[in-house]
Design a protein around this ligand. Sequence first.
Ligand SMILES: Nc1ncnc2c1ncn2[C@@H]1O[C@H](COP(=O)(O)OP(=O)(O)OP(=O)(O)O)[C@@H](O)[C@H]1O
Ligand SMILES: [Mg+2]
Length: 482
Amino acid sequence: MKKWGVARCQAILTEETISFIVQSMEIKPAVLVVDDEPGARQSLEVILEDDYQVLSVGSGSEALETLQKLPVDLVLLDINMPDMDGLEVLRKIKEQDEEVDVIMVSALNLARKAVDAIKLGAYDYITKPYEPEDILSTVARVINKRNLHKELDFLRKEVEVSRGFDEIISQNKRMLEIFQLVQKVAYTSTNILITGESGTGKELIARSIHRQGNRKSGPFVAINCAAIPSELMESEMFGHEKGAFTGAHTRAIGKFEYANGGTLFLDEISALRSDLQAKLLRVLQEREIERIGSNRPIRVDIRVISATNTNLEDAVAQGKFRQDLYFRLNVVPLPIPPLRERKEDIPLLANHFLNKFNVAFNKKVQGFSEKALDVLLRYHWPGNIRELENLTERIVVLSTNDEPIDLKAIPLEILMDSDQDIEDSESKKGGLIKIREAFERRVILNVLEATKWNQTEAAKILKVNRNTLLQKAKQLGIHLKK
Ligand SMILES: Nc1ncnc2c1ncn2[C@@H]1O[C@H](COP(=O)(O)OP(=O)(O)OP(=O)(O)O)[C@@H](O)[C@H]1O
Ligand SMILES: [Mg+2]
């Protein structure tokens, strides 16, 4: 929809356009009135129009057609109609879309039929003549029920996602600055771009922004742009009407609509297809969406937090990501440093996760030994905090006693720190044997260093006996005391 400047509005807008614009500004539930008598339709329109978007048609076939084209929350359906009986229409509506709620409207002498209609899936019935309050309260009950269902759906998903959500832990100066910034921006609706390597806590930060702000009672909805097949992405974002494309058997509400009043988290934003980048930009500018297969604009009030672990500026420079969209998303940048650049957090986080998994697995593992912590401090953590969390979980699960975690419990790949490049040196030229030797040398050196050159302990970790270790070391030119 176009944006209307105030002056232009006065000059060119007709009554009809104004009412259309005003209507689409708020999301009013849509009610479809189906009655062959124009008078009956009109009176329902008058009763409902303040609170609902009312569409009305005079026959069952028109009703079915309308339901295919437009999103409708509730149908008020007359039982007694000449071309197609109300019960028949009801059956077809339910066949077409089970989720549409239907209230039957019937003359008193047809009340039996209305009861049959309930068996066919109608939600309720109202008998004529009715009081406007009867209509309004029955309709409100259905709409409230629908909203409740939507919310419940959401909460269920949210509980799953937020299980295990703990406080964010850090003592690092850059992280503390980020926390301060988060507090400042949480109460605004400014778009935020969180950058950082995989596992640095981007989603955790996004959720905490949502929780600290004035949208916290609204939903937090996440879309992972890299995880959803690209052909399904548009529908995931904006939803679709039934029949909008092959396979669209029912109407689906998109994540943007679900996020209304809350926060939309666009994870891995760099993976967004370029046509969808254009659509996203439009949504951010116009603040409204259209479901696929419908041209009814729906207003959405969302705060967008996006995240990426790739360099978006580079993607912009390479023409893979729209610059205008980048600017719009990146109003407040939050660059999260990798774990290896905030080493002071490693012991804190390791102990935090240890406590968490002790509780989860009913264990009492007593902290980390000094040597084990040294290794964790030296390791370069390519998977960042997630990797540390997973490692701690694995160690706690596998622990057989309550002793502090020792080197033996730390996997070799961490002991040998894959940060170093084994492919350099002359080993490449020397072929497989040289490469293997270089590799073995590094593993042994790292383990020895981790054990502070305690040969017995190193041998245990390497699962060889001490003599074999001494022999190997000699072969590889590592000097060990006998
Ligand atoms: N500072 C922190 N304190 C406590 N837990 C943290 C912290 N940062 C991250 N975590 C935990 O580490 C895990 C990974 O965090 P999260 O999923 O937020 O990372 P991410 O940056 O979104 O990763 P990816 O790029 O792979 O999606 C989560 O279980 C999260 O709870
Ligand atoms: Mg993430």
